[in-house]
Design a protein around this ligand. Structure first.
Ligand code: SF4
Ligand SMILES: [Zn+2]
Length: 119
């Protein structure tokens, strides 16, 4: 559940406007376009990646209280890569999942051979 930044009431995350205070929650009324809003008197720009790297050219900078492009600088723009130590195991798991039919047949043959030899 999403909380309205103005009235702090719980709101459906797909709602374009708040049903309690009529605050606009999505840009251009489209549910797929988030509209980031400041929850206090501080501007969003103070903690925005595009303000800190000086790439924003929106006219409302540096005092934007709502913005469609805001990105919190504490969250990486690109998700961190999987560490090399975990990458090998993840690739093996993916390979086993993609070829699970062949793996099942190979295991069946292996168990059959073991049972024949055990006689
Ligand atoms: S993208 Fe929006 S919040 Fe970020 S610096 Fe530009 S105007 Fe401010
Ligand atoms: Zn509201």
């Amino acid at each position: 559940m999403f909380t309205c930044p103005r009235c702090k009431q719980p709101v459906n995350s797909q709602a374009a406007t708040c049903p309690h205070c009529n605050n606009q929650l999505k840009a251009f009324g489209h549910p797929g376009m988030p509209l980031y809003q400041s929850t206090n008197e501080e501007a969003l720009c103070d903690r925005c990646t595009y303000h800190l790297d000086d790439t924003c050219n929106f006219p409302q900078r540096p005092d934007a209280k709502s913005c469609t492009l805001f990105h919190d600088y504490s969250i990486p723009l690109v998700p961190e890569a999987i560490p090399a130590s975990q990458k090998g195991w993840a690739e093996i798991k993916n390979w086993l999942y993609r070829h699970r039919g062949l793996v099942a047949i190979a295991l069946l043959i292996f168990v059959s051979v073991i049972l024949v030899w055990a006689r």
